[in-house]
Ligand binder design. Structure first.
Ligand code: GLP
Length: 272
């Protein structure tokens, strides 16, 4: 895992957007895995700005969202389809037919979830999966105890997640208890993952994910098994990391290499 610690929320949003934008520029028909929640909002805002001011073109991009509440239709203001439309899709030139958010009102969920997996595979797989993290260390809606090999399926939400989400609903009884979510196994098949976290309420989850054992109790920890994961966090979310200095050191070296200054690290070119 590459762990990048940045000063604040804005820096996290800009770095996240830069990573997404550079993929979209180098592979205009890429497949993006997208996430909802407050964390990726800044990334979407920044991508919308890049679309408006820097001609970032989404016309050939295909997207697949991680999850959706069961029972909420696309017009419900708390549905994840509604979130994606109002916070991102409606403001860029992505083709509506190329955006996929699981249907929380499917009649036959088993068949529906299989077809969602098939659509991801038919699109060539996900090139870059954007992720947030729940306070209990879950990714998408893969609550503690989810199989690390799980695929898209129905999942019962924990009380902690239901309580976390209650703030978005007028009446706490309206908060859905079930969700349809990509599995941990589905996420691990993405070619690259980009997980973002902001705020000290995520610090414990970030430490468990990066430095704890791989366990189904912290489903984000399964990302330790993936070969290309970038974790971008602000200072608060990084505050429980024990090997923080090492991550900063790696980041310094990585930036020197990427900006073409290997000599600053004592790396000589063969002809030198
Ligand atoms: C929900 C979503 C996750 C998201 C998490 C954290 O559980 N299913 O995808 O990462 O909330 O949300 P936030 O970014 O608002 O903290």
């Amino acid at each position: 895992m590459r762990v990048v610690v940045l000063p604040d929320q804005q820096a996290v949003a800009e770095r996240g957007a830069r990573i997404v934008a550079s993929l979209v520029r180098s592979k205009p028909n890429c497949v993006l895995g997208l996430a909802t929640g407050s964390t990726p909002l800044g990334v979407y805002r920044e991508l919308i700005r890049m679309h408006a001011e820097e001609d970032l073109d989404f016309s050939l991009v295909t997207t697949f969202n991680l999850d959706e509440y069961v029972g909420l239709g696309p017009g419900h203001p708390q549905s994840y389809r509604y979130f994606m439309q109002s916070n991102f899709f409606d403001h860029v030139n992505v083709q509506p037919g190329r955006t996929h958010v699981p249907d929380g009102r499917a009649l036959d969920f088993e068949a529906y979830c299989e077809s969602y997996e098939r659509r991801i595979a038919d699109a060539g797989g996900i090139d870059l999966q954007l992720l947030g993290i729940g306070a209990d260390g879950h990714i998408a809606f893969n609550e503690p105890g989810s199989s690390l090999g799980s695929r898209t399926r129905l999942k019962t939400l924990t009380k902690e997640t239901v309580d976390d989400n209650a703030r978005f609903f007028d009446n706490p009884d309206e908060v859905p208890r079930l969700a349809v979510t990509m599995g941990v196994g589905t996420i691990l098949e993405s070619k690259r993952c980009l997980l973002l976290a902001i705020g000290d309420h995520k610090a414990r989850a970030i430490r468990s994910m990066v430095e704890g054992p791989v366990t189904s109790q912290i489903t984000a920890s399964a990302l330790q098994l993936h070969r290309d994961v970038t974790v971008v966090v602000d200072e608060s979310a990084a505050s429980w990391l024990e090997r923080r200095e090492y991550y900063d050191e790696v980041e310094r070296a990585q930036s020197l290499i990427e900006s073409g200054q290997p000599r600053a690290l004592g790396i000589q070119q063969p002809e030198e």
